[in-house]
Design a protein around this ligand. Structure first.
Ligand code: PML
Ligand code: MG
Ligand code: MG
Ligand code: MG
Length: 248
């Protein structure tokens, strides 16, 4: 018998629900067994409240059983960090890393355009690594990577934010369709971002944006031959535990 696992998802918006035009405040994704449901729901509600992007007045919490016979266990990406003096230098470093991973200049420029101009992207944009074309049709909703968590009994020594981002980046990088990911936060007070891939690992770059700026999000660069439906299905539905390693 497999143990039962549940996906717990939270999204929060200000003004009204996202789909009615509300401002995206926060989202969160966890995977847990039944005994942890209450604690995790409480953590996600706390994450939605007192947020630097604003005051949430729409919070949705969804709990769903996941088919645990499909659970996959994968090791976290290796973590490294680059400190730079200016945002421009951070962008240059990120672009170098993406180019090294095989992303074209055109695709890199489109991704930077998206993250510089998008103040309300909830999920990720999927971009063709050669042509730079955006392949998902989700607009501001984007593609929300879901059903992943750490399988370490919740021993949180590191920043919760870094753990969540590393778990997400590890799941994304695990797909053979992923060439690389670029992310910086949409939170105005958080300026560290990252570039990641199976080969590069999780490369934290700081700063990647100016303090006070609310535009950000994620771009997943994918191979030209991507099967977009199966890629999105993997990201949104495949349950994955990150196991072992150290997130720092
Ligand atoms: C976010 O959750 O706001 C995105 C954070 C990305 C950077 C995390 C890190 O510092 O490694
Ligand atoms: Mg977000
Ligand atoms: Mg955020
Ligand atoms: Mg650690």
């Amino acid at each position: 018998m497999y143990p039962e696992y549940f996906s717990v998802r939270m999204r929060a918006a200000e003004g009204k629900a996202h789909e009615l035009g509300g401002k995206h405040i926060s989202g969160g994704e966890r995977l847990c067994d039944h005994s942890q449901l209450g604690a995790i729901a409480t953590e996600l509600l706390a994450k939605a409240s007192n947020h630097t992007r604003g005051s949430a007045d729409f919070i949705q919490l969804v709990v769903e059983k996941v088919p645990s016979e499909q659970l996959q266990f994968i090791p976290p990406l290796d973590v490294s960090a680059i400190e730079v003096a200016t945002v421009q230098e951070g962008h240059d470093k990120a672009k170098d890393q993406l180019a090294a991973a095989g992303v074209s200049e055109r695709a890199i420029e489109h991704a930077f355009f998206i993250l510089n101009h998008e103040r309300n992207l909830r999920g990720a944009a999927i971009v063709n690594c050669e042509t730079g074309e955006r392949l998902d049709d989700r607009e501001q909703k984007g593609v929300r990577v879901s059903r992943m968590d750490w399988n370490d009994g919740g021993q949180v020594e590191d920043s919760v934010r870094v753990r969540e981002a590393l778990a997400l980046a590890t799941k994304v990088a695990h797909s053979p369709y992923t060439v690389a990911e670029l992310c910086w936060s949409d939170d105005p007070d958080y300026v560290t971002g990252y570039v990641s891939s199976q080969q590069l690992g999780y490369v934290r770059i700081s700063p990647l944006k100016k303090m006070g700026c609310e535009s950000g999000g994620r771009v997943f660069f994918v191979h030209n031959d991507v099967d977009i439906d199966s890629y999105m299905n993997f990201l949104e539905r495949k349950p994955v535990f990150i196991q072992g390693g150290d997130s720092e």
